[in-house]
Design a protein around this ligand. Structure first.
Ligand code: SF4
Length: 444
């Protein structure tokens, strides 16, 4: 039996894509192996969002052919259609596979030329994935992006936004919950733009407003997922600040299964830099959203807010960076993923002068990190003495169980390994910037 090994670099969407590739390969008789150097087929699911992710692909592609010259290498994901990458790795990769073509994988492996085949870019999401976890599942609700932020490769790599039918998504979630899954993560590049036509009025979609308009938007979808019976949590990523509606904030507030955590990428705190990034909102709008989120989404503990930030975008002055510092102080983020700007191939920002020095970018990153640590610790102090529900994800090398709260806080405690994949209550006794620890109270 032929074997395969998959290497996934980058985001949750890529992880979800790799689960579908694994399902396709299983279906055509391949068997998964952890031993890359012995695999007949090595699949690289690539990411081009950051230079560091891209560099990893170059390093791996060279290594794979060196350690296993008989392996067939498939490269898919963000870099699969980039001409410069194809030229650079032409001797290291056998098949350059756009992700939505994995529905043709069987034929492609027998020399089928897929380049002129027309397919619906959403069809590959119908493939039932081989989920890597038995309690937490990514459920893509769409693919692609129409926003064209000036620094980002995604619209070029994944194409225009396409969304799955709500019925298809609901059936996947029902199936997962029926199997005992405890966490459903709805994913798309911009979940807030979700729109699906109701194709069948008899489908059981009862939302009056949705039925009248004949469309389901993301807040309707969240309510529908929330109405599926079972004990599970719903998370979603990623939101674009220009598309969050008041109704969505209300849906998050009212749906008891939807986790009280919002990841809302700001990218910068300065209006001129936001305009240059083509983000299509002003910081005043972003801050107004944060105010509404904090006011409306109430639970025992404050709603958690996390973000993505780019420091050292072309032309970013010290003063403009100072506005991002002010943003951090105002919002009081629980977590921020801070990236130093690097030009990405084919984007609008690639043509701008990358004029902030590497040293200055590092200094700005360090400054934000310092503020983040202080604020995150203050936020976490509100958890001291509280009993929180945690979904246990695993056991670390020191024997501690770890998992997350609905507010996405990592919790560590001593407990029975059988709790992995289950909800338990933990009393918090110690807090750090990015983690909490406590004692087991009860299981569900
Ligand atoms: S919204 Fe902007 S940053 Fe996000 S995927 Fe689309 S283009 Fe990229």
């Amino acid at each position: 039996m032929k074997t395969y090994h998959i290497i996934t670099i980058g985001c949750q969407m890529n992880k979800s894509d790799s689960e579908r590739i694994a399902a396709c390969l299983d279906n055509i008789g391949y068997k998964k192996t952890e031993k890359r150097e012995q695999a007949d087929l090595v699949v690289l699911t690539t990411c081009g969002i950051r230079q560091s992710a891209e560099d990893r692909v170059y390093g791996l592609a060279h290594k794979i052919k060196k350690e296993n010259k008989n392996a067939k290498v498939i490269l898919t994901g963000c870099l699969s259609e980039r001409e410069d990458v194809i030229k650079r790795l032409k001797d290291k990769v056998d098949i350059w596979l756009p992700i939505n073509q994995i529905i043709n994988l069987k034929q492609i492996l027998t020399d089928f030329d897929f380049r002129n085949t027309k397919i619906n870019p959403c069809d590959y999401l119908k493939i039932k994935p081989k989920y890597t976890s038995v309690f937490s599942a990514f459920v893509p609700i769409g693919n692609g992006c129409d926003n064209f932020c000036s620094y980002c490769v995604v619209p070029y790599a994944r194409g225009h936004e396409v969304y799955r039918d709500a019925e298809e998504i609901l059936n996947e979630v029902k199936d997962l919950v029926g199997q005992g899954y405890k966490e459903i993560i709805l994913i798309a590049q911009n979940v807030n733009s979700y729109k699906s036509k109701i194709r069948n009025q008899e489908s059981g979609i009862k939302n009056q407003e949705a039925r009248e308009s004949n469309y389901i938007d993301f807040s309707h979808l969240l309510r529908l997922v929330n109405s599926i019976s079972g004990d599970f949590w719903v998370r979603f990523v990623t939101s674009h600040p220009k598309d969050i509606s008041d109704d969505l904030i209300l849906a998050i507030a009212k749906c008891e299964k939807v986790c009280k955590h919002i990841h809302l990428p700001a990218q910068a705190g300065d209006n001129d830099i936001l305009a240059s990034m083509n983000r299509k909102y002003k910081i005043e709008h972003y801050l107004e959203l944060i105010k509404k989120i904090k006011k409306n989404i109430k639970s025992e503990l404050p709603v958690a807010i996390t973000t993505d930030i780019i420091v050292g975008f072309p032309g970013e002055t010290k003063e403009q960076f100072g506005n991002t510092v002010k943003l951090f102080e105002k919002v009081k983020y629980d977590m921020a993923y801070i990236a130093r700007y690097s030009p990405r191939y084919g984007t609008a920002a690639e043509k701008m002068k990358d004029d902030v020095t590497a040293h200055e970018k590092r200094k700005r990153e360090e400054k934000l990190m310092k503020i983040l640590k202080k604020i995150a610790l203050e936020n976490n102090q509100k958890y001291l003495g509280k009993v929180v529900k945690v979904l246990i994800e695993g056991q670390n090398k020191k024997g501690f169980l770890f998992g997350k709260t609905e507010t996405n806080k990592i919790v560590k405690f001593s407990g029975d390994k059988d709790f992995v994949g289950k909800f338990v209550d933990v009393k918090i006794e110690k807090v750090e910037e990015f983690g909490l620890s406590g004692v087991f109270k009860k299981n569900y």
